[in-house]
Design a protein around this ligand. Structure first.
Ligand code: PAF
Length: 283
């Protein structure tokens, strides 16, 4: 595995790969890699000749007061995991190169970014779309792989790729879960043992939603209320939101129409740790 940390070096290498006719896959990450990331790299490797995994904790997608400074970082460990999963090039740009002094240019996807996570974190997605655009330019991928756990991020990236005519296939990989159902996330490392144990309620609440909807419940607020009751049975849990939304537009629905696909999603805090998760349900 080759490690590249300069933007110019990455651009030269990507250019060279393209000239040789290699199919390039990009797996963008913020590091502190876990089994979810490993599965993104494996999925990418099945579809490309070279997988570029990027590691960059992107300050532009954290608001002041969020966890940018304490976001977990461990490059030696990430290097081993990335290589083991099938990464050909590990790209680790610096903050100074990504956002040089006097930086003023952002990519903004409207509408889809004003709901759910975008409502709770109004500047988050412009940070994501800006850095992903830069990564696309530097690594010149034919495809890029993102995780379904960040369902809204996937929808926003797909919209950006469509609207800006990027010639890149977006592949969305299934959420990888711990044995007890908790979705893998670098932020799980923040949880105390007690919070970690209580956090299993999140997946159980999503399973409850699925059972209710498959059992014929069509009222979105009945589903959301059932989930909230279950989640708040755990003393440390503080619900930011629970949402039942149209899977394409991400607009919340009052009723779950038959023959539709809904995204049931949630954001819940356990102490200082904010976790998100979701399931897609086809009716
Ligand atoms: O999903 C993430 O880890 C980040 O939002 C991404 C896509 C790497 C952009 O910083």
């Amino acid at each position: 595995m080759k490690v590249i940390s300069s933007v110019a070096g990455m651009q030269r290498t990507a250019e060279e790969l393209r000239r040789k006719g290699g199919r390039i896959a990009l797996v963008p990450t913020m590091g502190y890699l876990h089994k979810g990331h490993e599965s993104l790299v494996r999925i990418a490797a099945e579809r490309a000749d070279v997988v570029i995994t990027s590691i960059f904790v992107n300050p532009a997608q954290f608001a002041p007061g969020e966890d940018f400074e304490r976001y977990p970082r461990d490059l030696p460990r990430d290097t081993r995991i990335a290589e083991g999963a099938g990464t050909g090039i590990l790209f680790t740009p610096s903050v100074e190169e990504v956002y040089p002094g006097n930086y003023h240019t952002y990519v903004i996807v409207e509408e889809l970014t004003t709901v759910l996570e975008g409502k709770a974190r109004p500047t988050h997605f412009r940070g994501v779309t800006t850095v992903v655009t830069k990564l696309f330019h530097w690594t010149k991928p034919h495809l890029a792989v993102f995780g379904q756990k960040d369902a809204q991020q996937c929808a926003v990236i797909r919209r950006m790729v469509k609207d800006l005519n990027f010639d890149i296939d977006i592949v969305v990989a299934p959420t990888v879960r711990e044995q007890d159902g908790l979705a893998m996330s670098s932020r799980n490392a923040y949880l105390s043992p007690d919070e970690r144990q209580q956090s299993t309620v999140l997946y159980r609440s999503l399973q409850l939603a699925e059972q209710m909807i498959r059992g014929g419940e069509r009222g979105a607020s009945a589903v959301a209320d059932g989930m909230k009751r279950l989640i708040t049975s755990q003393p440390a849990a503080r619900v930011d939101y629970v949402s039942v939304a149209d899977a394409q537009t991400l607009q919340e629905v009052d009723t779950v129409p038959p023959g539709s696909e809904v995204l049931v999603s949630l954001a819940v805090r356990f102490g200082a740790t904010r976790l998100i998760d979701n399931v897609l349900i086809k009716t």
